[in-house]
Design a protein around this ligand. Sequence first.
Ligand SMILES: NC(=O)c1ccc[n+]([C@@H]2O[C@H](COP(=O)([O-])OP(=O)(O)OC[C@H]3O[C@@H](n4cnc5c(N)ncnc54)[C@H](OP(=O)(O)O)[C@@H]3O)[C@@H](O)[C@H]2O)c1
Length: 339
Amino acid sequence: MKAIVYTEFGSPDVLRIEETAQPVPKPNEILVRVRAAGINFGDLVARSFKAVTPRGFYMPFLFWLIGKASFGWNKPRIRILGDEWAGDVVSVGREVKRFKPGDQVFGFTGQRFGANAEFLCLAESAPVAHKPATVTMEEAAVIPYGALMALPLLRRANLQPGQRILINGASGGIGSAAVQIAKHLGAEVTAVCGGPRLEFVRALGADRAIDYEEQDFTKNGETYDVIFDILGQAHFSRCRHSLKPRGVLLYASFKTRNLLSMIRTSLSRGRRVVCAIAPGSLKDLLAVKELVEAGKIKAIIDKRFPMDRAADAHRYVETGRRTGAVVIMMAPGAEEEGK
Ligand SMILES: NC(=O)c1ccc[n+]([C@@H]2O[C@H](COP(=O)([O-])OP(=O)(O)OC[C@H]3O[C@@H](n4cnc5c(N)ncnc54)[C@H](OP(=O)(O)O)[C@@H]3O)[C@@H](O)[C@H]2O)c1
């Protein structure tokens, strides 16, 4: 089968198409023909992890070490990137009950990656589910990562109808899902992102949008029940006055000092800091599927690239100019299929 492989860490130029062995499903696995795969933060980090220092990493040192162990020290341990995808089931192992050949599915492989290939084997128990009939293959392919991270993280903030939430980093993979889930929960959403993406976050449902280059949300006098900081840029001391008296500062990315703030504030009855990790579970994927079917989560695609232009696709994501998701079409005609 054809796969987009990389055997050196580095710029998008390290990505190339190679013929590799097609995986064979074990008794508890399914074999999927991948139709489309999203590109997100995880792909870019794994591709260039050699250059990522503990200081430049968005998480505590221990997480960086775990990253080194899974992505590799000097050479990549993973050869094929791609953690969110959609495709059709080609064959199933004899123990598989949930799927049959021909089923259209979508899913998340997490740090195992592997979806930038024509075929992918997955355990039946992995985060893989039937593709919602309301979206195309390419739309389904760009939903899992952001929604699977945003849904359980937002749960930790216990957001209630009518509450006010500010999402710092609202135009990215996690943020764009968080805006939609927060709206679904009945919250009033303020989205913070770069100026060229203000319209995009409004199209996702944000009630207000702030360009972080134009306005510091910690200084405009507004207060929120929840501040969801995706990149971990707003320290508690900086934004505590933007939180209501019992407000929650929720971090998707956090350093040790944020963890210390979480421990300190957990003892108080006032403003709280929450640092949390999303499990990327099957249970959450099934919940995401229902939200997509109900029209509560949609995908807005900016650009599509064929498989042999994966390097261009990564380059485009790295320009920071995208307005919506970027998808690699692993099979010709995937955009017409599956709706
Ligand atoms: N806790 C977990 O379980 C978990 C899981 C996965 C990832 N993460 C963390 O999530 C982060 C990646 O999130 P993602 O995939 O959503 O990233 P992403 O797609 O790269 O999006 C980054 C977002 O941050 C915004 N941004 C950039 N500079 C900013 C600034 N100065 N002020 C405010 N916003 C700014 C971007 O806005 P513009 O593009 O509009 O400029 C964009 O909305 C990583 O730090 C990773 O460690 C956490």
